[in-house]
Design a protein around this ligand. Structure first.
Ligand SMILES: [Zn+2]
Ligand SMILES: [Zn+2]
Length: 138
């Protein structure tokens, strides 16, 4: 059996080299990350601009001299949820902010215990169920 000597090899694409494309991609991704970081860092400033400088729990008031102790809490505990109207932010002093988070952890632990007590069948919740759905959907 004779092989064709002119077997068609895939031609390299014209124009940019893979390296150049890779760099361009990284520039795009890097830019997006930069943008996100800036937005994330800005939420405290924004919240302090929108909301009064008062702790939402203990009512302690703040001014330029101690504003560093006033922190911004995310009401839904999702730090990526930063609506510009400030509806997910709450100004809390450091102490109340700490309290808020330890309370939330306790609350979640209690919830877990309650769920485990209620649920006697161990395999009722299948974490891969959603994955299976995703994979099955074509
Ligand atoms: Zn407070
Ligand atoms: Zn918080």
């Amino acid at each position: 059996m004779k092989r064709k000597s002119s077997a068609s090899r895939p031609k390299p694409p014209k124009g940019r080299s893979p390296e150049e494309r890779e760099q361009a991609m990284q520039r795009i991704v890097g830019g997006a990350v930069d943008h996100r970081d800036k937005r994330m860092a800005g939420y405290r400033e924004q919240s302090l601009r929108i909301h009064p400088w008062i702790c939402g729990r203990c009512g302690r008031t703040f001014d330029q001299t101690n504003i560093a102790e006033l922190t911004v809490h995310h009401k839904d505990h999702n730090h990526d949820n930063n609506p510009s109207d400030g509806s997910n932010w709450e100004n809390l002093c450091l102490y109340c902010h700490d309290n808020e988070h330890s309370r939330q952890v306790e609350f979640q632990l209690n919830q877990d215990i309650m769920v485990k007590k209620d649920e006697q069948e161990p395999a009722k919740y299948n974490p891969f169920e959603k994955l299976k759905d995703l994979l099955g959907r074509k």
